[in-house]
Design a protein around this ligand. Structure first.
Ligand code: ADP
Ligand code: ADP
Length: 226
């Protein structure tokens, strides 16, 4: 049974030239604790699908459910990490991480405690009072991941999170993500166009066809995790 279930999913964008179909008839499933990737060429609709799971976009047809409940918008049960770091530049690292908790009325002490625990797990303790513009791309993306985890989501959604990073930083980030995934026992839905990255990280991979995207194949990754 899926924690996340996407069925008969279609999504069209309204453009000046009329409706443009971005995803057609996609079905996917993310089980509790599973690490699932979606791969496919640029423009095939990976982000579209992920954004619909996050609740930022509404399917034109079909359904997206989390734990059997239809997704009606963004929620604390789904943490989202974007390719662009999208941190608040005027907030410190810890304030960035605390933001979602603050919005939900969590007390200052409680916020600080949760933020510090997660920052520690991601190796960011010594940066908690720094501002994002002082950090490297990899560090910013680490903060992005920690921020997405702060509200205690059941699934972490990541859209090409390491696409802008150099190869070495990318490797470190993959390791950190794997560690967090194991430690926190969450599910992950990971979008990438890098098949090596998908194979390295995932339990299962969905392959999308070129635009308009549809799920073409489902691959269970047989490789043991390092
Ligand atoms: P991917 O993540 O696989 O690169 P996207 O989901 O970003 O693909 O885009 C799928 C298709 O939808 C592309 O052709 C893209 O240009 C188009 N698209 C994405 N966002 C919009 C939008 N807001 N309005 C119109 N077309 C869009
Ligand atoms: P990706 O990295 O997923 O390929 P893109 O670079 O295609 O993303 O898109 C970046 C942003 O531009 C997204 O917010 C997407 O919704 C928007 N976008 C992409 N294609 C179009 C389009 N044809 N019309 C309007 N917005 C678009």
């Amino acid at each position: 049974k899926g924690l996340i279930e996407v069925s008969d999913f279609c999504l069209s964008y309204e453009t000046l030239d009329g409706a443009m179909s971005a995803v057609e008839d996609a079905d996917l499933l993310v089980r509790p604790g599973e690490f699932v990737s979606i791969i496919g060429p640029s423009g095939c609709g990976k982000s579209t699908l992920l954004n619909a799971v996050a609740g930022f976009l509404k399917p034109t047809r079909g359904t997206v459910t989390v734990d059997g409940e239809a997704v009606k918008g963004p929620g604390a049960d789904r943490g989202m990490v974007f390719q662009q770091y999208s941190l608040f530049p005027w907030k410190t690292v810890r304030e960035n991480v605390e933001f979602g908790l603050k919005m939900r009325g969590v007390s200052a002490d409680e916020r600080k405690r949760s933020a510090r625990t997660l920052l520690g797990l991601a190796g960011l303790s010594q940066f908690e009072d720094q501002y994002p513009d002082r950090l490297s791309g990899g560090m910013k993306q680490r903060v992005g991941i920690v921020r997405a985890l702060a509200t205690g989501p059941r699934v972490l959604l990541l859209d090409e999170p390491f696409g802008a990073l150099d190869a070495q930083t990318r490797q470190i980030m993959q390791q950190i993500l794997t560690n967090l995934w194991e430690r926190l026992e969450i599910s992950v839905l990971f979008v990438t166009h890098d098949i090596d990255e998908a194979i390295f990280l995932s339990d299962r991979i969905y392959v999308m066809t070129a635009r308009p995207g549809s799920i073409k194949a489902e691959v269970t990754v047989p490789l043991p995790r390092p």
